[in-house]
Design a protein around this ligand. Structure first.
Ligand SMILES: [Zn+2]
Length: 331
């Protein structure tokens, strides 16, 4: 089997494999006689590059001006479109300390991040966040929910509530995502900051930082690895190409980078996994307020369901996160 995989590996160029995000370790040498030592798997290459400080953009890529398109100008336009679609909902300074902490932990030089009070109320009503060429916009509603959940989890760890994780999330969601809170930000309501001890609050800040890392580093992955450029080129080569203008390869790659940077930041893998579940939960809950529970998200039916061609199933996305963690830890 391994030999078959190694043959497959030699059949494709390194670039094609990188695009597919294929993990191929242990080829070359040993029983695979006659083959030269192989290049490191793409995840490991990414992990090595991400060990550098001051990260902003993957230096292996750059936009060019061709007969078909002026890529630098087109990329600037993609940034502009995101800003135009979301800027009315920006909350200046919200969660800035958390983003600064994450940027410092992962050695990201410059962070262009905005928080939308509720991304579902903008012209780009997508999930946890959107990223263009140099900037990202995160869904404040999801972050507010995570902050409430982090408070609940900190109280649970200190033994001051016996509520389960599922109950904590459902309770926080019933408050944060009630009709009266649509399109608005809210500080923790189910587990207010004032009800926490100083120790619990410290722990909650850490849990929230790590959960935010799950989505923040995913969006940073889009920026760092030039995914807007990839999308642009797909659109040029396959005009009106449906799925080919936004395949799950791009999202899968951002998930691997999220795993790498969360590992680099010293975060628990469980925090990033919880963030992914909460991200999916926030999107689905808003379509069925009151009729959906976190237990639905964590059920195996939901975990293994692929609901769109753009995103892998939650189970697969967690496996991609995990490969990022492994890539970092082994190098
Ligand atoms: Zn994404």
């Amino acid at each position: 089997m391994l030999t078959d995989i190694c043959r497959l590996r030699r059949a494709f160029s390194a670039g094609a494999l990188a695009t597919m995000g294929v993990w191929l370790a242990a080829c070359g040498g040993g029983g695979d006689s006659g083959s030269p030592p192989s290049a490191a798997p793409v995840e490991v290459q990414l992990a090595r590059q991400l060990q550098a400080s001051g990260l902003e953009k993957n230096p292996q890529f750059s936009p060019v001006i061709t007969a078909l398109v002026n890529e630098p100008a087109a990329l600037a336009q993609m940034d502009q479109q995101i800003v135009q679609s979301t800027s009315a909902s920006y909350l200046a300074g919200r969660y800035t300390n958390t983003f600064n902490r994450l940027a410092q932990r992962a050695s990201i030089a410059r962070v262009y991040v905005q928080v939308s009070s509720d991304l579902a109320c903008t012209a780009v009503p997508f999930g946890g966040g959107v990223a263009a060429n140099t900037l990202m916009v995160l869904d404040g509603k999801m972050l507010d929910l995570m902050a409430d959940v982090a408070n609940g989890l900190a109280m649970r760890e200190s033994g001051r509530t016996s509520l389960s994780l599922l109950q904590i999330v459902d309770l926080a969601a019933s408050q944060q995502m009630s009709f009266s809170r649509f399109c608005q930000a809210a500080d923790p309501l189910a587990f207010p900051d004032a009800s926490l001890t100083p120790g619990e609050l410290d722990r909650s800040v850490e849990l929230f930082t790590q959960m935010t890392g799950g989505t923040f580093f995913h969006e940073f992955g889009h920026i760092w690895n030039w995914h807007s450029l990839a999308k642009l080129r797909e659109q040029i080569f396959v005009p009106g190409g449906g799925l080919f203008t936004y395949t799950s390869v791009i999202e899968d790659n951002a998930d691997i980078i999220s795993g790498i940077l969360n590992a680099k930041s010293g975060h628990a893998q469980s925090s990033a996994e919880l963030a992914y579940d909460l991200m999916a939960f926030t999107v689905i809950y808003r379509r069925n307020p009151g009729g959906y529970s976190f237990g639905n998200t964590t059920s195996w039916q939901t975990q293994y369901q692929q609901t769109s061609p753009t995103y892998s199933s939650l189970a697969t996305r967690k496996a991609l996160l995990s490969s990022g963690f492994s890539g970092w830890r082994s190098h």
